[in-house]
Design a protein. Structure first.
Length: 255
C-alpha cells in the first residue's frame, strides 16, 4: 500500500492533466464534426499521403463512426497515451536508479517482483483508465451534434485500444528496468512510435507500421462485429513476454 500511495503522490497531476487533455480534444473534435462533415470533400483534396487519404475516404463514405475512431483512438489515445506512457512508465525502475534511491527501495521487506508488478499495474491503470473514461463519454457527447454511438462497438473498440496502450506501457517498463536514466525509456518509446508513424505514411511499407493495427479500418470492422482476435492476441502475447523480461532483468540486476 505504501508503494501505491508514494507512486500516486508523484503521478496524480500527470494523470489528471492527461485525462483533461484527452477529454478536451475529444469534445473539440465532436463539436467540430458538423463543419467537418459538410466540408469533407474539400478537406479530402488537401490531405497528403495515401494512408491519410484512405482515412478521409472512410469518413466520407461511412460518416461519424470512422471520424470518432480517428479522433479518439487513432489520434487521441495513441498520441496522448504515448506521452502518458513515456512520462509515467519510464521511471518505474530507472528513476530510483537515477536518483540513487534504489538501494532504499530494495531495502524494504518487499520482493523485487512485487515492486515491479505493483508499479506496472499502477502505470497501466493510469494510462488506460483515462482513455476508457474519455471514450465512454463519447456516448453522451455525440447527441450534441445529432449523432449516436452504440455501446457495444464503443466498448469493444476501447478494450482493443487498451490492449495497444498496455503493450506500450509494458515496453517502456521493460526498458526502464534495463536503464539507469529515468527518461531514456520514454525517449526510446517516442522515437519508435514516430518511426512507425513515418512508416505508416509511406505507401508500400505502411503494413510494417504499428499504426496499421489501429487505423480506421480496424475500428470499422469492430463496428461490423468482427473483432481482430489475431492482432489483440499479438498485443497480449507481446505484453506478457515483455513483462516477464522486465521482471527477470530487474530481479537479476546488480545495483
Amino acid at each position: 500500500m505504501n508503494l501505491v500511495r508514494q507512486w500516486l503522490r508523484d503521478a496524480v497531476w500527470i494523470i489528471v492533466g492527461y485525462f483533461v487533455i484527452l477529454e478536451a480534444a475529444l469534445v473539440a473534435a465532436i463539436l467540430y464534426w458538423p463543419r467537418f462533415r459538410d466540408n469533407t470533400p474539400a478537406i479530402a483534396k488537401l490531405v497528403p499521403f495515401e494512408s491519410l487519404q484512405n482515412l478521409m475516404e472512410s469518413i466520407e463514405i461511412s460518416g461519424y463512426w470512422p471520424y470518432l475512431a480517428v479522433q479518439q483512438w487513432f489520434k487521441g489515445c495513441s498520441l496522448f497515451g504515448l506521452a502518458a506512457a513515456a512520462f509515467l512508465a519510464s521511471g518505474v525502475v530507472a528513476r530510483d536508479v537515477d536518483q540513487k534511491t534504489i538501494e532504499f527501495l530494495l531495502s524494504r521487506p518487499v520482493s523485487r517482483s512485487r515492486i515491479l508488478l505493483t508499479r506496472w499495474v499502477m502505470v497501466s491503470l493510469a494510462v488506460i483508465m483515462p482513455a476508457v473514461l474519455s471514450s465512454i463519454s463519447a456516448v453522451w457527447l455525440s447527441p450534441l451534434v445529432d449523432e449516436q454511438v452504440a455501446w457495444t462497438p464503443l466498448l469493444v473498440s476501447t478494450a482493443f485500444m487498451s490492449l495497444f496502450l498496455l503493450m506500450l506501457v509494458t515496453f517502456t517498463v521493460m526498458l526502464s528496468a534495463m536503464s539507469s536514466h529515468q527518461m531514456r525509456a520514454g525517449i526510446i518509446l517516442i522515437a519508435i512510435i514516430l518511426l512507425n508513424f513515418a512508416l505508416y505514411l509511406v505507401q508500400g511499407i505502411d503494413e510494417l507500421s504499428l499504426f496499421k493495427t489501429i487505423d480506421v479500418k480496424v475500428f470499422m470492422l469492430i463496428e461490423a462485429g468482427h473483432f481482430p482476435w489475431v492482432t489483440a492476441g499479438a498485443f497480449l502475447a507481446a505484453t506478457i513476454a515483455m513483462l516477464i523480461t522486465a521482471m527477470r532483468v530487474f530481479g537479476r540486476r546488480d545495483f
